[in-house]
Design a binder for this molecule. Sequence first.
Ligand code: KG4
Ligand code: ZN
Length: 380
Amino acid sequence: MIILAIETSCDDTGIAIVEKKDGKIKTLSSVVSSQDEIHKKWGGVYPTEAKREHQKNIIPSLEEALKKADLIKEGGQKKTFPEKIKDILQREEHLLKEMEIFFSKYETEKIDAIAVTVGPGLEPCLWVGVNFAKALAFYLQKPLIPVNHIMGHIFYFLKEGASIEYPALALTVSGGHTELVLMESPTSFSLIGKTRDDAAGECFDKIARILGLGYPGGPLVSLKAAEVKDKKTTLNINLPRPMKHTADYDFSFSGLKTAVLYDFKSRSKDTQKNENYIREMCQEAENAIIDVLTFKLEKGIKELKAKTVILGGGVTANKALQEKIKSMEQEFGDIKFFLPPKGLSTDNAEMIALAATMKEGTKKIDDIKPNANLKIYDKM
Ligand code: KG4
Ligand code: ZN
């Protein structure tokens, strides 16, 4: 079984191909076309611009992924697509033309199914991936598998060929989501905690914007924080740890961002630009975010008797968070912790393909549409 997956939920266009054979899963290719350079100038993702970029990047990414997986050959014929495909791509005129050109030139081989992220995410962006996936599935006459983006941020662990013990607890932390998910089996999920306002990655991004660091903010804040070498801070900045001690598993990050803003505004113009101030603020903000995330995670592990812990999402690329997770793993001893390998933490289609291998049954093309607010427990 060879699955080709498409991911366009935010600002990364991803195409990946994985093969599942005799119970083993192998990645044949994974291509991510990042839009960071485009969105830098806004300091955040602009949905309409992101949508345009997906439309532009999706066919070149498809071509690259198929070539890397060696599943493409020249020899397609000039054809006019059936009305059904024109219908599916009626709002993607440019894509329709490019797809016609692509299949006039190439034939694809051995693809057994198409998988696509249907949500959660930015609706205009999701539509590009979903429409393209539908057109491709119809053209190749293959089934279409709808995938929840958050499932991708959890099921990446299948790459290692790993199996997990249940109950498992998954913490997904990215620019759009911060969720604690309890898994009783590979198909039973409950959302036990979530952010009540901003996501953890969004908080990193907003703090970076306040401090004038750029976009995406997470890696930049993290770099500055790492510059505080001797760990002896001089400015004694104390940020709050919102909701750290509440009895539930929820999070809140917008107050933290506001606390950074107030502190920043209370400083002189010189201090605001001072490298030491920025470094120490980044370190304290990073500490505060990691502190609440891991405190609630630890509470969940103990109270729900988790046997496996899975971390997923862009924020898990954070080195300080990774170190904290590794020390937690040592403390707990008999619990296995999964952290995404490089390239599988931020958005990509490989994780969507991996999650798709877990899904049984497919849906009719006409019944598949994006859901920007899709929840982990929603049936698809
Ligand atoms: O999973 P992802 O690529 O997209 C969403 O699904 O939202 O996550 C992107 C988020 C951004 O907010 C980015 O700032 C954050 O992940 N991020 C980081 C790091 N690398 C990416 N946050 C903290 N430290 C990092 N090293
Ligand atoms: Zn994501």
